[in-house]
Ligand binder design. Structure first.
Ligand SMILES: Nc1ncnc2c1ncn2[C@@H]1O[C@H](COP(=O)(O)OP(=O)(O)O)[C@@H](O)[C@H]1O
Ligand SMILES: [Mg+2]
Length: 389
């Protein structure tokens, strides 16, 4: 039996390893969808390959523990985990600048059906990130299983700074699922990169031209409605199924096809959206502001006493989401704020030590001299001031 303190020590160590790995990865993108079969893995694989063809260093992590199909789509069934000089295991090398990992190579046989209990799933996903060396990456693409269950939740908690890429199809039901995914992201505070409409229009297998078989464009309308970016549409193309089966993603197998071009445009849009979101933080168009509170409606000026925080997502000077979060007892303040991906903290008369520590951790400090008690008022006051300048 592992004693409780030892277990929490092990967990702390793993947290640290996970953090360390993630700090070497510039952008993390979780590909998600409300339901299965909409082409999430297809999009994840083609986007990862597309990014790697643009000379980015890319990792592709398949966290679908029940139906891992990334290795098959990459045609990479027999590959083994690489071993680093320091003895650690590394992700599987697919090409000089693309590596991937999935549960499949770790299973005794490809057909073994596995039943995972919640906690095992969570630790497996954390190990994929903490125990496996990914090295320095520009992008980590995560193929999450469908829905809003354990796995996407674990990814959101483990990689809170990940952006969500939501995949949908033009059908009505799927669009309802998108709303669910968007709500999930808002609840766990994942920032949304944008929406992709897959199986939008049809590419004729005989002439290779596009035909509008089903109505398309619902994704774009919905994206506008929900205020998220529309990143592109991918047509129905029978070659996607074939290339998925032979293990050569269409973007690489038929680079001249309309479908490959559509994926290339998607990749370009993903790159520019990612950079835009990054700049939004630097230039304060997006802010996640934490305010220490003693209750949801009362500002607390003594940082050492506080365990409750009101957290606001601000976009273009408007409050998008407000949440009140309790800092876990055994988590220090900085770790907590980093886990929440907080960009700013509002403080009253902070000690120099606190202010310095926060700034060293890339968290900006906003000092208030207001006696306003309600955190909402403090935010409004701050936004008013900011707009004046
Ligand atoms: N645009 C497309 N055109 C034709 N077939 C597609 C397209 N996108 C996905 N598919 C096929 O649909 C099936 C489900 O796709 P997959 O990527 O595995 O979905 P998910 O990961 O969302 O469950 C696969 O057989 C795949 O080859
Ligand atoms: Mg899949």
């Amino acid at each position: 039996m592992i004693k409780k303190e030892e277990r929490s020590f092990l967990l702390d160590q793993q947290d640290q390893k996970v953090r360390e790995q993630l700090s070497k990865i510039s952008h993390k993108i979780m590909v998600m969808s409300g339901k299965g079969g909409v082409g999430k893995s297809t999009v994840a694989v083609n986007v990862a390959v597309g990014l790697s063809l643009q000379d980015f260093m890319v990792g592709l992590l398949d966290v679908d523990l029940h139906g891992p199909n990334v290795p098959k789509m990459l045609g990479a069934r027999d590959l083994k985990l690489s071993r680093r000089p320091d003895g650690r295991l590394g992700a599987i090398n697919y090409s000089p600048n693309l590596k991937f990992l999935s549960i499949e190579p770790l299973l005794p046989s490809e057909d073994s059906a596995i039943i995972w209990r919640g906690p095992i799933k969570i630790s497996a996903i954390r190990q994929f990130i903490g125990d496996i060396d990914w090295g320095k990456l520009d992008y980590l693409i995560i193929d999450a299983p469908p829905g809003t269950g354990d796995e996407p939740l674990t990814v959101a908690k483990t990689i809170p700074e990940a952006y969500a890429l939501i995949v949908t199809t033009p059908q009505e039901v799927s669009l309802i699922d998108v709303k669910k995914s968007i709500r999930f992201c808002q609840k766990v505070k994942l920032r949304i990169l944008g929406l992709v409409e897959n199986m939008s229009g049809f590419i004729c297998p005989h002439c290779g031209k596009g035909i509008d078989l089903f109505k398309k464009g619902g994704g774009q309308k919905l994206a506008e409605e929900m205020g998220v970016r529309f990143l592109g549409r991918i047509p129905v193309d029978p070659r996607i199924v074939d290339t998925g089966d032979i293990g050569k993603p269409i973007i690489a197998a038929y680079p001249e096809s309309i479908t490959a071009k559509a994926f290339e445009e998607l990749v370009r849009n993903i790159v520019s959206a990612t950079e835009e979101m990054y700049r939004d933080v630097l230039e304060e168009r997006f802010m996640r502001i934490a305010i220490p509170v003693s209750s949801p409606v009362k500002f607390e000026s003594d940082l050492s006493k506080v365990s409750l925080f009101a957290i606001y997502d601000i976009e273009n000077n408007k409050i998008l989401i407000k949440d009140v979060v309790k800092k876990p007892e055994n988590t220090d303040l900085i770790t907590f704020l980093k886990d929440q991906v907080v960009t700013h903290v509002i403080l009253f008369n902070p000690s120099k030590e606190w202010a310095d520590t926060l700034v060293q951790n890339q968290i900006r400090v906003l000092i208030t001299d207001s006696f306003e008690e309600h955190p909402d008022r403090l935010i409004e006051e701050y936004l008013r001031e900011k707009q004046k300048h």
